[in-house]
Design a protein around this ligand. Structure first.
Ligand SMILES: [Mg+2]
Length: 291
C-alpha cells in the first residue's frame, strides 16, 4: 500500500516537473526546440531549475497536509494550507484559484460561487482535478472519499464539471488501491459520461488545455494508450498545452498503478520535494489505516 501511495504522489510530481518545460508550447514548437523531452530539465515559461515543481504539486501537497492534520474534517485545514501557500506568492497560479484565494473571507464555497459569477459562469478549469489525488490515497471508505473529493473541488471551483472530473479520477485511483486493473477501472468509470469515447479514438479532437473536460480527456487518452509510467509522462509532456498539469494528473494514476519501486530513479531522485513526498506518503498511509 505504501509503495502505491508513494507511486501516486511521486508520479504526479514527476509529471509536473517534466511537463513544466513545455507548458504553453505546441507540439511543433517542442519538437523544434527540444526534439523530444525525456528527462527533467527545468526551464519553460516559469524558468524552473531542474526538479522544481509548480502549482500542481504544491496544491496536491496542500491537500495532503490538510488531510493528515485533520482527517475527519479536512476542508478547513486544506483551506489553511492553500492560504499559506498563496502567501508565499507562487508563480503560475491558475485564474480561478488565484481569484478565490485572494478574495476568501471565511467561506470557501461562497467565495467560489462569487468568482464563478464574476467569470460569467466559468469555473471549469483543471485546478481542483490536479490536486485531488491525496483524497483517494487517504480514505478507504468510499463514501467519505467521494464526499471529500467533491468538497475540495467546490472550495475553489463552483462548476459541477470540475467536481465530476475529480470524482471520476479518484474513483479510478480508489479501485487501483484495491488491486483492480487500470484499464478496466478506467473503462467502467467513464461509461455513460462525456469521456466514454476516449477508449475508441486514436487521438482526442480537443486541445490539451486547462478546461477540465479537455484535460481529463487527454489524461484518459494517455492512460489508455501508453504502457509504462515513463511513456505516459513523456508523451503528455511532449504534447504541450497545459502539459505540466496533464502529465501530472496522468502520472499520478500511472504511478499509483506501477508503485514507487517501478518509477525511474532519474525522475524521482531529482525532485526538490522528494523528502516532503516521502513523509506525506507515510502519513497518508497511516490515515488510510485508521479511517
Ligand atoms: Mg502548473
Amino acid at each position: 500500500m505504501l509503495d502505491q501511495i508513494r507511486g501516486g504522489l511521486f508520479g504526479a510530481a514527476v509529471g509536473d516537473a517534466l511537463g513544466a518545460t513545455t507548458e504553453c508550447m505546441n507540439k511543433e514548437e517542442i519538437q523544434e526546440k527540444y526534439g523530444k523531452i525525456k528527462t527533467i530539465i527545468g526551464g519553460g515559461w516559469l524558468a524552473l531549475d531542474p526538479g522544481e515543481v509548480t502549482d500542481d504539486t504544491d496544491m496536491m501537497i496542500a491537500v495532503a497536509n490538510g488531510i493528515t492534520q485533520s482527517p475527519e474534517n479536512p476542508i478547513p485545514a486544506i483551506g489553511e494550507e492553500f492560504l499559506k501557500w498563496h502567501r508565499r506568492n507562487p508563480r503560475g497560479v491558475g485564474r480561478t484559484i488565484s481569484h478565490v484565494l485572494s478574495q476568501y473571507q471565511g467561506d470557501w464555497f461562497q467565495t467560489a460561487f462569487h468568482v464563478h459569477c464574476a467569470q460569467q459562469g466559468k469555473s471549469s478549469g483543471n485546478g481542483s482535478l490536479m490536486r485531488c489525488l491525496p483524497v483517494a490515497l487517504a480514505y478507504s471508505d468510499q463514501e467519505m472519499m467521494e464526499k471529500i473529493t467533491f468538497l475540495q473541488s467546490k472550495m475553489t471551483h463552483y462548476a459541477d464539471e470540475a467536481a465530476e472530473a475529480c470524482l471520476i479520477y479518484n474513483r479510478i485511483a480508489f479501485r487501483l488501491l484495491k488491486g483492480e486493473n487500470l484499464k478496466t477501472s478506467l473503462k467502467e468509470e467513464i461509461m455513460n459520461t462525456c469521456y466514454s469515447s476516449v477508449c475508441f479514438r486514436k487521438e482526442p479532437d480537443c486541445p490539451p488545455d486547462g478546461y477540465v473536460v479537455h484535460t481529463l480527456i487527454w489524461v484518459l487518452h494517455w492512460l489508455w494508450n501508453c504502457h509504462t509510467f515513463e511513456e505516459v509522462v513523456i508523451e503528455a509532456a511532449n504534447r504541450g498545452g497545459d502539459s505540466d498539469t496533464i502529465a501530472s494528473i496522468a502520472g499520478g494514476l500511472k504511478g499509483l498503478e506501477a508503485g514507487f519501486h517501478r518509477l525511474p530513479r532519474r525522475f524521482t531522485e531529482i525532485l526538490r520535494v522528494k523528502q516532503e513526498l516521502e513523509l506525506l506518503s507515510e502519513k497518508l498511509c497511516a490515515v488510510r489505516q485508521r479511517i
